[in-house]
Design a protein around this ligand. Structure first.
Ligand code: DLL
Length: 435
């Protein structure tokens, strides 16, 4: 078993981290220029040569890559090595357009799993733990990443994949799982199902959960922690940059440390592309510093975040990112007002409702409509119409205060909103169907 708290790297001084990054970026840009024609062409177009990059300060000279580039270069156009050196592909869960396919050499898999191992250790994991991985296995990176990380830590790994909640619960109780890895929406569902089966939070042996792959609020964190009797930690990542473990939360539960020895991060203005000073809110841009097969440079994530270098109580020095505050392409513009699903979730949980909801946006007579379907818990349900109407009005008014526009609220009976086993689909935007 390796020791995956790596203080020499994870608590290194700013100068030490910069020196690692400076050395790696020079090699990585040369690697991409020499081996990836697509990126070489972009650099030539911009008039930049690998020799112009002497450290991370020069990174601003380089062109960005976006999802559109990945689609255009699909499938092999951004490959940085001979196919014979690659051992794996993973792919995004996107539902529209061409999928994004990312390639890995064994070295790339090792560094990715190492990042996930750090995440498991950061929540208190060791070879004494039983790690239940119920992220999807297969093309999605969630299952493979946490599975590999758990192996590296030496924990007993339960490769459950997502779904079949009865079996999840049986294994969890019989084998005494101590760490649960899945999407936050699935964690909420598991918690709800446990309660329905008569289990109390203290009946399970879980101590921590590593939840990510989709946006979730602090209110959702508290609700999951209560229902499962655990500490819930966030984990962030994206297929293009490797998968989960690009950043992870520590015991402080106040933002995710980015693995800066492997990924260089910038925050930019999503409109102008200008690099913003530290502490500004903007789009995250990552450069993978030592990946061989898929050496993405200045990849625009569309995730909106703030970075912080404030001293962390855990001792780690790597920069922390806030939870993504929605994606720039996730934001709904409803009657001209910017609305993020996370704002809706915050109001619902603050008002004592379940995290089971669905947002439906449509356009009727050229005007946008916003309907929010919210499931009632069994003890909230009432068949007296006036009681329900009164509650709907109250929730509508709380939403109006938060969003600046008034939605229509529909309180629906228990168990009428489909549960998610992977990434939850919270928004149905029917306007796109008509355009
Ligand atoms: O979701 C990788 C992952 C798996 C992360 C398991 C964490 C746990 P993709 O399917 O490529 O990869 O989706 C990446 O999901 O750009 C974010 O918009 C969103 N996302 C990932 N983690 C979080 C998080 C995986 N903790 C996209 N909070 C990213 C909010 C997240 N959004």
């Amino acid at each position: 078993m390796g020791n995956y708290f790596q203080p020499e790297i994870e608590t290194a001084s700013r100068e030490e981290i910069l020196s690692i990054q400076n050395e790696k970026i020079v090699k990585q840009v040369k690697h991409a220029y020499d081996n990836v024609k697509y990126y070489r062409d972009l650099m030539d177009e911009k008039g930049v040569k690998p020799e112009d990059i002497k450290g991370v300060d020069d990174i601003k000279k380089l062109p960005f890559l976006s999802k559109a580039d990945l689609r255009e270069a699909y499938p092999y156009g951004l490959l940085g090595t001979d196919l014979k050196n690659c051992v794996r592909i993973q792919s995004t869960s996107g539902t529209t357009g061409k999928r994004v396919v990312a390639f890995y050499t064994q070295h790339d898999i090792d560094l990715w799993e190492e990042c996930c191992a750090r995440a498991i250790v950061a929540v208190g994991g060791s070879n004494e733990d039983v790690v239940q991985v119920c992220y999807g296995y297969g093309l999605f990176t969630g299952g493979a990443g946490l599975h590999g990380g758990s192996h590296k830590v030496g924990s007993l790994t339960l490769p459950m994949s997502s779904g079949n909640t009865e079996r999840q619960i049986q294994f969890m109780m019989d084998l005494g799982s101590t760490i649960l890895c899945c999407t936050p929406s699935y964690a909420a569902y598991i918690g709800e199902t446990l309660a329905e089966r008569g289990y109390k939070p203290e009946d399970n042996k879980l101590k921590a959960g590593i939840f990510g792959a989709e946006p979730w609020t602090e209110e959702m964190r508290r609700s999951i922690e209560k229902s499962l009797g655990i500490k819930a930690y966030d984990i962030y990542g994206l297929t293009e940059i490797s998968g989960p473990g690009v950043a992870f939360e520590c015991e402080a539960q106040s933002g995710m440390h980015i693995n800066e020895d492997h990924f260089y991060v910038e925050v930019i203005d999503p409109e102008t592309g200008e690099v913003l000073p530290e502490g500004s809110k903007g789009e995250l841009v990552f450069t993978s510093l030592d990946k061989e097969a898929f050496p993405l440079i200045r990849y625009r994530t569309r995730d909106i975040c703030v970075l912080s270098r404030e001293k962390c109580s855990c001792g780690r020095t790597h920069v922390k990112m806030t939870k993504p505050m929605g994606r720039s392409d996730d934001m709904m513009i409803i009657r001209g007002v910017n609305v993020f699903p996370s704002q809706i979730e915050t109001v619902l949980l603050n008002e004592g409702y379940t995290p089971n909801y669905q947002i439906v946006v449509d356009r009727v007579n050229n005007s946008d409509t916003l309907d929010i379907y919210v499931e009632l818990a069994p003890d909230q349900f009432s068949d007296i119409v006036s009681v329900t109407q009164k509650r709907e009005k109250k929730l509508e008014s709380a939403m109006r205060t938060m969003l600046g526009i008034g939605p229509r609220i529909h309180l629906v009976p228990p168990k009428t909103i489909t549960r998610s086993e992977g990434k939850a689909v919270r928004v149905i935007d029917n306007r796109k169907l008509h355009d």
